[in-house]
Design a protein around this ligand. Structure first.
Ligand SMILES: Cc1cc2nc3c(=O)[nH]c(=O)nc-3n(C[C@H](O)[C@H](O)[C@H](O)COP(=O)(O)OP(=O)(O)OC[C@H]3O[C@@H](n4cnc5c(N)ncnc54)[C@H](O)[C@@H]3O)c2cc1C
Length: 390
């Protein structure tokens, strides 16, 4: 049996960022991940292009992960436009001439994971148990006990769950979560195209489909198509050239002729929100706490924020030689992360419901909302500020 101050379950991007943020705290941390260390060191391409806000970039810089990413793999997001149905009217977001010339940037998820893993390698106080799934956890006021699939047992003063939106750790802690299975899936594929995207992301809530184009260089984009899951499964089986032609047709040729580059990857959509982000000697971070719909690109940005918020509280407590898993600390973490996420989570779900409902009244409401947001510049700039801040 091994004893630690903190055991974190899941070395996805959030778990890695959390472990990294505890550097210098003097805390003994175990990070448990079911995937083997070789996969963590060189994660496979998963097709997710993560739109990072400036705040997340700053956090990754502080964690020593940002400089490990090849600048040629970082794509600036110079603006965004949202279309509704067949209307040519678009809602535009731009950085607004502030200190930044971009809304954020796009980076492949596997590169974020790789750079965070490289950053924690050799970090004092961290024990990585990779290739070892967690089988069972128990936590109460006196601490936590974790049993691995290979029979090993760990004890800790605090348990942190970073094991995805369908977190088994959260379930075993008895923390209920709101889970919405949407019956729709996202297909992501990289394509080259004839016309320039000008570094601008397009989100098109068309009737019967949602399609986004995320700029990865002027003539390359990640296409993100959302449809009912059975339709996506069928399209995912298309040969590469037919898939490219299908996306070109579904995007109404706005970017000209398209050529397949890589993919596709399919993600069934579900949103989740845990009723509590903490319980006795335990806390939830990342998707285990809040599983956002990808449409507003906030999932990892908020996950990174959760890891930074919790790590800061823990580092402060450790620096003052205070106990770490106190009720007060856990309540503070929960309150701060709820404040950062609740409105965004509900607002995103509302947007998805509005823009995927097809009856006439909803179509009218969609257009009214778009016109209002475009004409009322305070709304537009409030959304832009929100995007830049989070
Ligand atoms: C198509 C798509 C596009 C997206 N785009 C964006 C975007 O633009 N911007 C943005 O901010 N976010 C985006 N997201 C969301 C983002 O990818 C997630 O929020 C992020 O990956 C969550 O990280 P995580 O570490 O919390 O969880 P995960 O990435 O799910 O990692 C969980 C880890 O826990 C491990 N694990 C699970 N169970 C166990 C166990 N029992 N024992 C040991 N290990 C375990 C898993 O192996 C995994 O490594 C997107 C998501 C999708 C699907």
């Amino acid at each position: 049996m091994q004893d630690f101050d903190i055991v974190a379950v899941g070395a996805g991007p959030t778990g890695l960022a959390f472990a990294r943020a505890l550097d210098g705290s003097g805390l003994r941390v175990a990070l448990i991940e079911r995937q083997p260390a070789e996969v963590l060191a060189a994660p496979p391409v998963d097709g997710r292009e993560i739109a990072l806000t400036q705040r997340s970039v700053d956090t990754l810089e502080r964690l020593g992960a940002w400089d490990r990413i090849d600048p040629a793999e970082i794509y600036p997001l110079r603006g965004a436009q949202v279309f509704n149905g067949r209307s040519s009217l678009a809602l535009h977001f731009d950085p607004g001439g502030g200190p930044q010339d971009r809304l954020g940037c796009l980076i492949s998820n596997h590169l974020i994971r790789r750079s965070l893993f490289a950053a924690i390698e050799g970090q004092e106080g961290i024990t990585l148990l990779a290739g070892a799934g967690v089988e069972q956890v128990h936590a109460d006021r006196s601490g936590a006990r974790i049993t691995l699939a290979d029979g090993r047992t760990l004890t800790a003063r605090m348990l942190v769950a970073a094991d995805s939106r369908f977190s088994a750790t959260r379930d075993q802690l008895g923390i209920p979560a709101e889970i919405n299975q949407l019956g729709r899936s996202m297909l992501v594929t990289r394509l080259e195209h004839e016309h320039s995207n000008r570094g601008i992301a397009t989100e098109w809530f068309d009737y019967g489909q949602t399609i986004a184009m995320l700029p990865l260089g002027e003539h390359q984009s990640s296409a993100v198509l959302t449809l009912p899951s059975d339709a996506i499964e069928r399209i995912a089986d298309y040969a590469p050239a037919i898939l490219a032609a299908e996306i070109e047709r579904r995007f109404s040729g706005r970017l000209g002729a398209m050529r397949f580059v890589s993919g596709p990857h399919v993600y069934p959509l579900a949103t989740t929100y845990a009723r509590h982000f903490a319980s006795d000697s335990a806390a939830l971070i990342g998707d285990a706490a809040v599983g956002m719909h990808p449409v507003t690109a906030h999932g990892f940005n908020l996950g990174l924020q959760s890891s930074a918020t919790l790590a800061r509280l823990l580092c402060d407590a450790a620096a003052k030689h205070r106990p770490i898993a106190t009720l007060l600390l856990l309540r503070r973490y929960e309150a701060r992360h709820r404040l950062a996420t609740r409105v965004l989570y509900s607002g995103t779900n509302l947007l998805v419901r509005l823009y995927t409902t097809e009856h006439r009244r909803a179509r009218f409401a969609r257009q009214v909302a778009l016109v209002a947001a475009e004409r009322l510049s305070p709304i537009n700039s409030a959304i832009t500020r929100m995007v830049l801040r989070h």
